[in-house]
Design a protein around this ligand. Structure first.
Ligand SMILES: NC(=O)c1ccc[n+]([C@@H]2O[C@H](COP(=O)([O-])OP(=O)(O)OC[C@H]3O[C@@H](n4cnc5c(N)ncnc54)[C@H](OP(=O)(O)O)[C@@H]3O)[C@@H](O)[C@H]2O)c1
Length: 345
């Protein structure tokens, strides 16, 4: 029996994780948290809001599934990595922000780090076949694929929330519309697979069937294909290194052509800004993430337009001191400073 602690149990990933756990006799939900939604009775140990460290210590999980949204997921990520507890990571923001700090904790703890993001789960599985030379991350392109800046000037939060392929929480759905999600994923891939940024490619792939592709030095490329259904990467991470059955049907390869094209990084500047933050290193990725979180919330609240998100983040990146954080406290401080800069931008 694998004991699972699920952080962010009420969200899109959290609810699908509960479905996966309920369907698998070898998985047991021992602890669950949410940000503010009541979750009484969902697991033997539950907590709403606050620091989950004590709950995790008491729960003694075999796997921590971090499905919290945003930088708030930092504590469980660092707890699991430092303690050598298997981390099934959906909360990409914590790895993007913590970067080298997280990797150092992972090296000290010695546990498994298994990505839940569908693209990184795909790359993780492909990368088990050899040393990656370069990576290809696919992107659906979101609801505004093919649009120009002129088309996007007046789009509303409701339009941005209407994702064509995936049904997800609001923050990641807006990130998919701006391509910030793919930007965060480029940084996440850099840290997970230790591949330099210039060898991480992004391609727009509207059917969302090829989730990721790894190129090897002999010229071979291995891709991972599947229905766009998060229960598959969640199940993979929770049952790793085994593969449990899921209710997801086999893929019909004749159903749609597998088209790919280059992203438009002029219109969707958040992708280029993420690469820039990643290349600069230090706490620039942390600042990128923090500024984006605040900007997305402002857009959802109707306080700024869709096209204001990237310039706000760019301005914060221009103004922060991106020197590396030596410990999580310094990282929290870097995150706070970036958020404060959005407030005055
Ligand atoms: N959804 C997807 O298909 C998908 C795919 C790949 C990766 N991801 C990643 O998975 C993570 C979760 O995404 P999601 O779409 O599931 O988000 P979501 O639906 O918005 O759910 C977020 C979860 O986090 C909890 N939460 C919010 N603030 C918190 C805080 N301060 N402390 C503790 N818990 C807090 C929420 O609790 P309340 O309900 O109480 O607010 C909720 O359970 C994100 O990092 C996202 O990028 C998601």
């Amino acid at each position: 029996m694998k004991r699972i602690a699920l952080l962010g149990a009420t969200g899109s990933i959290g609810r699908q994780a509960i479905e996966v756990i309920d369907a698998h006799p070898g998985l047991e939900l021992v602890a669950a948290t949410s940000g503010s939604t009541t979750i009484d009775g969902l697991a033997p140990l539950t907590q709403v809001g606050g620091d989950p460290t004590e709950l995790l210590e008491r729960a003694e999980p075999d796997v921590v599934l971090n499905a919290v949204v945003g930088f708030a997921g930092l504590v469980p990520t660092m707890w699991a990595l430092e303690g050598g507890v298997t981390l099934a990571l959906a909360n990409k923001e914590s790895l993007v922000a913590a970067g080298e700090l997280a990797l150092a904790a992972h090296a000290r703890g010695g546990g498994e780090l298994i990505p839940v993001d569908s693209e990184h789960s795909a790359l993780f599985q492909c990368a088990r076949l050899g040393e990656p030379e370069s990576l290809v991350l696919t992107a659906s392109g979101g609801p505004f694929r093919g649009r120009t800046s002129d088309d996007l000037a007046d789009v509303t939060p409701d339009e941005a929330l209407a994702h064509p392929t995936w049904s997800m929480g609001p923050k990641i759905t807006i990130d998919s519309a701006t391509l910030a999600n793919k930007g965060l994923e480029v940084i996440e891939a850099h840290f997970l697979f230790r591949v330099p940024y210039d060898r991480i490619e992004v391609l727009i792939h509207p059917p969302s069937v090829v989730h990721g592709l790894v190129r090897f030095r002999d010229g071979a490329a291995i891709a991972h294909l599947g229905h766009p259904d998060m229960r598959v990467p969640i199940s993979y991470a929770l049952t790793y290194p085994e593969r449990a059955p899921t209710p997801v049907p086999p893929l019909d390869l004749t159903a749609r052509p597998l088209e790919f094209r280059e992203p438009d990084t002029d219109t969707f500047a958040m992708l280029a800004l993420a690469r820039e933050a990643g290349e600069r290193g230090g706490t620039y990725p942390c600042a990128y993430n923090a500024a984006n979180e605040v900007a997305v919330q402002r857009f959802l609240d109707g306080r700024i337009g869709f096209l204001d998100i990237a310039p706000l983040v760019e301005e914060v990146l221009d103004r922060v001191d991106g020197s590396p954080a030596r410990d999580p406290a310094e990282l929290v401080e870097a995150d706070r400073r970036a958020r404060d800069l959005v407030a005055v931008a």
